[in-house]
Design a protein around this ligand. Structure first.
Ligand SMILES: Nc1ncnc2c1ncn2[C@@H]1O[C@H](COP(=O)(O)OP(=O)(O)O)[C@@H](O)[C@H]1O
Ligand SMILES: [Mg+2]
Length: 285
């Protein structure tokens, strides 16, 4: 269990990236969902003890994270949003190098690197330079290095950004397989990834957590209240336009309203994306 209380973070230029963040996260695969600039990376870097918080507390199981960063580091795996690599090192050599830096014994290094290359489907590419990897391979390598030392808390900042559909699917397989008996916190602005992978999500906007629940609890308030309507519909004041969507190039609107907003409205089942857009529109209001 990860508990965050009244966490604040302001950068030296005065940007307040986190404002009174409160969170209680269970184990398993957890999504952190918010638009660009919401504060996802700021929260993750603070959780990973890579930057100081102004105030607040973080506990992971029995660890007081902000006061015992080294204890946290011994159970932490972290994949940053921008993962740099040494250009001339092979996949295997770099993984072993990071394992040494993490303080693993010789026997652990041998066993874990071979196991992690296998899990992340990189055994065939073990002797290739990581700098020559495709985006998906590089992200899988990022996960392999984050898993060295068998962390109990795995923090991954936008691991699926920029991947093609097949690469994303491969990465999803890896993530689902490693999430057992761990807390895996995954940030993204891709709602679909969270719907596919996570059982719980925290929504973040402008540095504040606006909700944190199971995916079904997040969606339930929208049940029987989402409609698609023709683009030129006249809508009641009570309705909120969630987004404009296209199907075979034809536009329509996706609308939130407790009752049918117009004669042509077609009821559709609510999804996390609807909740996300509703959050954005309320945040803008
Ligand atoms: N090192 C930094 N110095 C100053 N401002 C920053 C820094 N890192 C992030 N920010 C600002 O903090 C806010 C949150 O950024 P970030 O945590 O990167 O959001 P996200 O990961 O959700 O896109 C943004 O306004 C961003 O410009
Ligand atoms: Mg980010």
């Amino acid at each position: 269990m990860l508990t965050v209380k009244n966490l604040n973070k302001t950068y030296s230029d005065g940007t307040q990236a986190l404002k009174e963040v409160n969170l209680e996260l269970p184990s398993g695969m957890i999504g952190l969902l918010g638009p660009n600039g919401a504060g996802k990376s700021s929260l993750m870097r603070t959780l990973a003890c890579l930057q100081h918080a102004d105030s607040g507390s973080i506990t992971f199981n029995d660890i007081d994270v902000l006061n015992s960063p080294n204890t946290l580091r011994s159970v932490l795996g972290y994949l940053p949003q921008y993962f740099g690599v040494y250009p001339h090192m092979s996949c295997q050599a770099l993984l072993e190098h990071i394992a040494v830096l993490k303080g693993l014994s010789h026997a652990e290094i041998k066993q874990q690197t071979s196991e992690l290359l296998d899990i992340t489907n990189l055994t065939q590419a073990a002797n290739k330079k990581v700098s020559r990897f495709s985006g998906g391979m590089r992200q899988r390598f990022g996960i392999a290095q984050a898993l060295l030392g068998k962390p109990q808390l795995l923090i991954m900042d936008e691991p699926t950004a920029g991947l093609d559909p097949l690469e994303r699917e491969r990465l999803h397989d890896v993530l689902v397989n490693v999430s057992e008996q761990k807390l895996v916190l995954l940030s993204t602005h891709i709602v679909e990834d969270i719907e596919n992978l996570c059982h719980h999500a925290a929504l973040i906007n402008k540095g504040t957590i606006t909700d944190s629940h199971s995916i079904s609890q997040l969606i339930n308030p929208l049940n029987d209240s989402v409609w698609t309507v023709p683009i030129d519909s006249v809508l009641p004041d009570t309705s909120v336009v969630l987004n404009k969507q296209y199907h075979f190039g034809q536009p329509s609107l996706r609308v939130f309203n407790k009752t049918s907003p117009c004669v042509d409205a077609i009821p559709v089942s609510a999804c996390l994306q609807d909740r996300y857009f509703l959050e954005q529109s309320e945040a803008m209001a």
